[in-house]
Design a protein. Structure first.
Lengths: 377, 172
């Protein structure tokens, strides 16, 4: 210690110390520059990898949408064949009842719909095609350098890593609070039901009534009344003035019993139609099909805990087209477009990541070798 | 001799130290700047690769030659750091998954079936497979970077940059 003190008082020692300090500063500067440069490059590569992965997911998804159109054409052809067959044998007496879910007469339609269910995962836990989208996306992600802890289907032995990396979120925008459902590969599809045609029927008029002081009741339809603007009760209606009706300007109440009696047959018919499944269509109105890719990109840069730093990225792709009906089969194919992602979306996704981590930690996954060991022993 | 004596005085010593330190300081600062430029060049190369792949995914590029050209154009002002002749691109199909193989196998089977139907009903030709017709490409792009002069002292033969990327596309 005394030696160092003495040495620092010596001019040559001071120069040496200053030189050492100078060298240290520049080495630190260069290391900092190198690390920040490498991380910046890694960040760009991570964004690129995640964008290309999202685009790939979009490409497979778009292909799936065209496949839906094709199956809808097949369904239409099957329906025509089935109805012609029934007509030929003169078995058309039951009318709409044939189309109901429990009807066995339209077996050809049901068979095609059954294939559509399995293929696209409609009313099923998962479909073949959504599974294909997930598989292809995971495969492309790992080829682009993104971390993928999913077991490879080509591998003979695997054990799932915790936490899972590369989270794919399907059609999360339209799921509302039930975000966990987005983790299951899906194509946001459903069967169109026959009550869809009810939208084309003009809406029924509502009926209103007014009881005068002498106890006489007058009935009005919705054309003869208007909203009473200055009323304390929101939605209060009054009889229009100048219509020549008695009780002009008087407040009216809804004639519930009359409305219900008119509505009941419609409701029954609507319920009947709601049970009749037609072709496959978009689950949401307006139709939104999108996939989020939330991924980790491993780098060779060490972080403060001496672990390899990972960059988290989020990319989103929208799949857009004109429609899924059989008559749209010749329309331009569905196309996927990369969309900029709002950072607030990332927060949602991170909360999902923590949810998955918790869910995964609560289970103990046996590895394949353990399972095989148990079987063979 | 008088000058040498002067340099032994404190002010002379400072001047001599300054004369040694300032060029060194400038050299290091310039080196830092040139290293930053090198990183930017690397970044420009990665971005250009990504942009070319995106254009491929959007069906604007179909072959490797066009891809190389687009990649070179996307390098923009950083072209001066690269040797166009060294830009090499090797392509190979992306790895396939088991599900992909099964689905495409089913597609081929359906193709045979629908193909025979369309023989009797020409209207069905619109529905001819392949139904699973998304394709993909994996590239390995390499290029030789000519670094700025000071960095070139460390890397006289240039630095080889390599980028690997994979993307799937659907015909539009």
């Amino acid at each position: 210690m005394i030696r160092i003190k003495h040495w620092t008082k010596d001019p040559s020692g001071q120069v040496l110390l200053a030189t050492l300090l100078f060298c240290f500063t520049f080495v630190a500067l260069f290391v900092g520059l190198y690390k920040s440069g490498m991380l910046y490059n890694a960040k760009e590569r991570a964004i690129r990898a995640s964008n290309l992965t999202a685009l790939s997911a979009g490409a497979v998804y778009s292909n799936g949408m065209q496949l839906v159109r094709v199956t809808n054409v097949i369904l239409l052809a099957a329906a025509a064949l089935n109805l012609v067959a029934l007509f030929t044998i003169g078995d058309m007496t039951a009318g709409l009842a044939y189309l109901l879910p429990n009807s066995e007469k339209l077996w050809l339609i049901k068979a095609v719909q059954g294939i559509q269910k399995i293929l696209f995962g409609i009313d099923e836990p998962i479909g073949i095609y959504p599974f294909l989208i997930a598989q292809e996306t995971i495969s492309v992600a790992s080829q682009n350098g993104l971390k993928s802890t999913y077991p490879s289907l080509n591998s003979a032995s695997w054990s799932p890593a915790i936490p899972p990396s590369l989270v794919l979120l399907f059609n999360i925008k339209t799921l509302g609070p039930d975000l966990a459902q987005a983790l299951v590969p899906n194509m946001a599809l459903k069967f169109r039901t026959a009550d869809f045609f009810l939208n084309a029927i003009p809406k029924q008029k509502k009926f209103y009534k007014y009881t005068s002081e002498d106890g006489k009741t007058y009935y009005f339809d919705s054309d003869e009344v208007k909203i009473a603007n200055k009323s304390k009760n929101e939605g209060q209606m009054r009889v229009k003035a100048g219509t020549g009706q008695r009780g002009a300007g008087k407040f009216v109440t809804e004639d519930v019993s009359n409305n219900l009696s008119k509505l009941n047959p419609i409701m029954k018919f609507a319920n009947l139609l709601a049970g009749i499944q037609l072709d496959v269509t978009d689950r949401d109105i307006p139709a939104i099909h999108n996939v989020f890719v939330y991924a980790n990109y491993p780098t060779s840069i060490k972080d403060t805990k001496n672990n390899n730093a990972e960059i988290q990225t989020l990319s989103q792709v929208n799949v857009e087209g004109t429609g899924l009906a059989a008559w749209d089969v010749n329309d331009p194919f569905y196309q996927s477009t990369l969309v900029s992602t709002d950072p607030t979306e990332l927060i949602k996704q991170i909360s999902i990541q923590s949810f998955i981590n918790q869910a995964m930690k609560s289970f103990i996954f046996p590895s394949i070798s353990n399972i095989l060991g148990k079987i063979f022993i | 001799m008088t000058g040498f004596r002067k340099s032994l005085t404190p002010s002379g010593q400072t001047l001599t130290e300054m004369l040694i330190a300032i060029p060194l300081l400038f050299l290091l600062a310039a080196g830092a700047v040139q290293f930053a430029i090198l990183f930017q060049a690397r970044n420009a190369f990665d971005k250009a690769c990504g942009e070319a792949a995106r254009q491929y995914a959007a069906n604007r590029i179909t072959d490797s030659t066009s891809l190389t050209l687009v990649l070179w154009q996307d390098l923009g002002s950083y072209q001066s750091f690269f040797n166009q002749g060294s830009l090499a691109l090797s392509t190979h199909p992306p790895q396939t998954t088991i599900v992909d193989t099964i689905v495409k196998g089913a597609d081929t089977f359906m193709g045979t079936f629908v193909g025979s139907v369309s023989f009797f009903c020409p209207a069905a030709s619109k529905l001819l497979p392949p139904y699973i017709n998304y394709t993909g490409q994996s590239w390995t792009v390499t290029v030789n970077c000519t670094p700025p002069p000071l960095v070139a002292v460390i890397f006289p033969n240039g630095i080889q940059f390599k980028s690997q990327l994979t993307v799937l596309k659907y015909p539009g």
